[in-house]
Design a protein around this ligand. Structure first.
Ligand code: ATP
Ligand code: MG
Length: 870
């Protein structure tokens, strides 16, 4: 039975049992932006179990794409673990419970799939008599085929550290027979060997775990089952090895072909096949190789696969081609793969190339390290490999562990932290102790700048550098801490506010505002007038116009994210931003440059929404509720229990602490100014709004008007006109070149008319306007025409005077060119060099050149008369 048939049978079966068939969620969980990957079918339904009151449906069934990092190192070593796999599941939210779940599971495997009853085993949670009895009494499984297992195996969840639904579970196993096993007499389900393979887990979510691990009764207890598609396929296809099934074997074979069947073990083949499947699906769902978060996991598996390829003797990028095989095998079930096939392979190729560049070098160094340290490789060395050669810690670990060597992980993490700390310190340097004493004394600064732009506040602390001080006087620069403030402290990409802090006889200019430890807001103030001391009551007034410009830009970033996701796809996620008063910048994940057409569409979509003047609604809510709403969060950011959700009409919802306009009409025209690359997989768009875009458009318009007046054409015809002008200029340049060449010969004839006789010698002394290189040419021509002569030529170009002296052979006894050039050099304060027949020199340009020519004549005379020597 083909995998595709199993998928269909399963979903149809549960559809007939009243389940709604839901599509697979993305591998990036859409309901829980703080979770790394979708690791089970229930992830997309987590909120349904917790929901109080009505929900849309109470039964669902899916075939869910899953990715598990925890199983990474088991891949290839067992016959049934993958990083990426598909999970078939049926779910009940406050609807049916254990009895139906077990009954239908049995019906499906026994009546539909016709698995042999004698080979099936069951496990239940050790305290779950209810499940035991259903299997035993109701279904009729004999007691000795039901094992009771502990928490480790038969209590499932929660999926994330923050807690969530969990409960006892019951697993269904197949016995592959003693030949697959460890041989122990008590071998049964739960044993680590390969004999009993779990393929279906029926979970009964009963509790809601809080972040501390405490269990509370679940609002909607129910059912959550998961059956690995690959595992059931391996049973039904009679191969008993996931890597032998119809949708994986062809990939393994492809790798085998690449190495022409030359391999000792097929473990590396399996690992590569698994990782290629995983990278294909991850990239398709919008993950890119990066140094953190999800991207880091992807980078790890690509680099791990490259390394296993290398162990097989593959020295060139190859994974990128295999992604195409995955697409072909899986595209009927996941059509989105085909749409992105080229991009997927490009992303993989880029990452492969990048790693290949440093792989050999890194491996050599690693080998030296293994030889040098023998037992444990110091953290700093492992960090260097990571930092310089792109070796993920886990990869280094694996490689050295194969040789029985360990790495100092703690040391590595310290180095990593130090590096990050350094980066942080680079822009912040305040005394922690003082600050925490203020927090202890006064609590946090209350930020009221969402609603008001001006407050009456009390000064609760003054910082100078790292020190707490009591008063600040004129011209001092200090950080003021107030009990409450309208000033926004720089965070989440939005810059800090500026403005004034005043009281009678005191004016402080707020140059910038920073947030400190998420608790205090520091106003960097330059005292302009008077004095300020702790305890003073002041008026804090921010620069409203500047702030409004910032708000326009901030709301526009949300609109931009919305439009990008609409036009480019939902793989677009924010990876950074800058929101200032002049412009904003938005960095996001995307695998290639955004085309002009796409960018135009994005810009148009944003401006269409702006003129609809949608309202911006801001709500504080529990993080759980925000996730339920489907609000976009910034992955990797730590959020507290309560979050702020900024919603624009019905089109955009984001976790955001920034300041926003009330209605998006306020934003005015949004103009994109640039689109560029930040790093591989990350693009950047910069744009302007409000008065800034007005000014930009106005300025461009004025320039166009000027041009059209100067060119005397209407502005639409400017491009054509300019093209014509460029053609004309090109023609003219050619003409000038031609004429210049002709001018050379003409000059020689002119010049020799001015030949002088000095002591019977033909002498030419001339300033000719030409480039330096032509001096010799012209000199030669003159020599040829006059046969016997001494030629001295000058030219001035680019503020430099150059001169040359040439003497025909017959005169060498009487005249030395070098003596003449040295004589000229003396006159003009320059230099010179050469031989008796040809010497050259140069100096800074001279105002009165005719005087120089006269004096040169004297030099020649002196040389001929023998009065001047070298
Ligand atoms: P195992 O103990 O074999 O790792 P598990 O207890 O971690 O399995 P569950 O979390 O209960 O598995 O997942 C439900 C089902 O998903 C399993 O019964 C199995 O069929 C499948 N499954 C789990 N992990 C993997 C994996 N890494 N690769 C393939 N299938 C898996
Ligand atoms: Mg497991």
């Amino acid at each position: 039975m083909k995998s595709s048939e199993i998928r269909k049978l399963y979903l149809d079966f549960f559809k007939n049992k009243g389940h709604i068939v839901k599509p697979s969620d993305s591998l990036i969980p859409s309901n829980d932006p703080t979770l790394l990957f979708t690791s089970a079918g229930m992830v997309q339904f987590k909120p349904m179990y917790i929901a109080e009151g009505e929900i849309e449906f109470t039964r669902a069934t899916t075939c869910q794409k899953c990715f598990r990092t925890v199983d990474l190192e088991r891949v290839g070593k067992t016959s049934r673990h993958h990083t990426f796999f598909e999970m078939l599941g049926n779910f009940s939210f406050g609807d049916y419970f254990k009895k139906e779940a077990i009954e239908w599971a049995w019906e499906f495997i026994y009546s539909v799939l016709k698995l042999p009853k004698e080979h099936l085993w069951i496990s239940v949670y050790k305290e779950d008599d209810e499940a035991f009895d259903i299997w035993n009494k109701y279904i009729g499984i004999s007691e000795n085929k039901i094992v009771r297992l502990g928490k480790e195996d038969n209590f499932w969840g929660p999926v994330s550290e923050e807690g969530g639904p969990c409960g006892p579970c019951s697993e269904i196993y197949i016995d592959f027979g003693p030949s697959h096993g460890c041989g122990k007499s008590d071998c049964k389900p739960g044993c680590d060997c390969e004999r009993f393979a779990e393929f279906w887990n029926l979970v009964f979510p009963t509790y809601n775990a809080d972040p501390s691990g405490k269990l509370h009764p679940l609002a909607k207890r129910g059912v959550d089952t998961g059956m690995g598609l690959e595992r059931i396929a391996s049973i039904l296809q009679g191969v008993n090895d996931n890597f032998e099934i119809d949708i994986i074997k062809p990939i393994v074979m492809e790798v085998a072909n690449l190495v022409e069947g030359k391999y000792e073990s097929n473990v590396p083949l399996k690992i590569i096949a698994d990782h290629v499947r995983a990278m294909t699906f991850l990239i398709c769902d919008g993950v890119f190789p990066l140094n953190e978060g999800r991207g880091y996991v992807l980078r790890r598996i690509i680099r791990r696969a490259v390394r296993f390829g290398k162990l097989l003797g593959i020295e060139k990028p190859f994974l990128y081609k295999l992604t195409g095989n995955v697409v072909d095998i899986m595209k009927s079930a996941y059509p989105e793969l085909n749409e992105r096939r080229i991009n997927i392979s490009q992303v993989v190729l880029q990452e492969e190339e990048r790693f290949h560049e440093t792989l050999n070098q890194g491996m050599n160094i690693l080998e030296e390290l293994i030889a040098k340290y023998k037992n444990v490789i110091p953290g700093i060395e492992v960090f260097r490999l990571y930092d310089t050669f792109g070796f993920p810690l886990e990869l280094t670990k694996e490689i050295v562990e194969e040789k029985g060597v360990k790495v100092d992980e703690k040391g590595f993490n310290e180095c990593l932290e130090k590096q990050q700390e350094k980066a942080r310190k680079a822009w912040k340097g305040t005394g922690d102790k003082e600050i925490s004493s203020i927090i202890n004394k006064f609590g946090e600064t209350k930020f009221v700048g969402y609603e008001v732009f001006e407050t009456e506040s009390k000064v609760i602390g003054i910082l100078k550098g790292n020190l707490l001080i009591e008063t600040a006087t004129c011209n001092e620069e200090v950080s003021l801490i107030l009990d409450k403030t309208p000033f926004y402290g720089e965070s989440g990409g939005q810059v800090g506010d500026t403005g004034l802090i005043k009281k009678d006889g005191f004016i402080g200019v707020v140059l910038d505002t920073e947030k400190y430890l998420q608790k205090l807001i520091l106003h960097r103030v330059k005292v302009k007038e008077g004095k300020i001391k702790v305890g003073d009551i002041v008026r804090a007034m921010l620069d409203i116009e500047r702030r409004r410009a910032i708000m326009r830009n901030h709301t526009a970033t949300h609109l931009l994210q919305y439009a990008l996701r609409e036009i480019l796809g939902s793989h677009v996620t924010q990876s950074g931003s800058y929101v200032g008063p002049e412009y904003f910048r938005f960095d996001f994940t995307h695998y290639k440059a955004v085309t002009k057409l796409e960018l135009d569409k994005v810009e148009q979509m944003i401006n269409e929404k702006v003129v609809q003047n949608l309202p911006v609604i801001v709500k504080e809510m529990k993080i759980e509720d925000a996730k339920k709403l489907g609000a976009l969060a910034f992955f990797g950011e730590k959020y507290g229990e309560f979050v702020r959700v900024v919603q624009i009409g019905e089109i955009s919802k984001e976790f955001c602490g920034g300041t926003h306009v009330k209605n998006i009409g306020e934003i005015g025209l949004v103009k994109v100014i640039s689109e560029s690359s930040v790093s591989s997989g990350i693009r950047r768009i910069e744009a302007v709004t409000g008065m800034n875009s007005y000014r930009m458009v106005k300025e461009q318009n004025d320039i166009l008007k000027d041009i059209s007046t100067t060119l005397k054409v209407e502005y639409k015809k400017i491009p054509v006109k300019i093209e014509k002008m460029i053609d004309t200029i090109r023609d003219l340049e050619k003409e000038v070149e031609r004429l210049k060449r002709g001018e050379g010969t003409f000059k020689v004839d002119e010049i020799i008319k001015d030949v002088k006789k000095i002591k019977d010698v033909n002498v030419i002394i001339k300033n000719i306007n030409t480039d330096v290189h032509s001096l010799r040419d012209i000199g030669d021509k003159i020599k040829n025409k006059l046969n016997s002569c001494c030629v001295i030529l000058f030219t001035v170009r680019d503020d430099r005077l150059s001169y040359i002296c040439m003497v025909t052979k017959d005169l060498l006894k009487e005249i030395n060119a070098l003596s003449i050039v040295k004589g000229i050099a003396k006159i003009v304060g320059g230099g010179g060099g050469g031989k008796a027949d040809l010497a050259e020199g140069g100096a800074r340009s001279i105002n009165d050149l005719s005087k120089v020519l006269k004096e040169t004549e004297n030099v020649v005379k002196e040389v001929i008369e023998g009065r001047k020597e070298l």
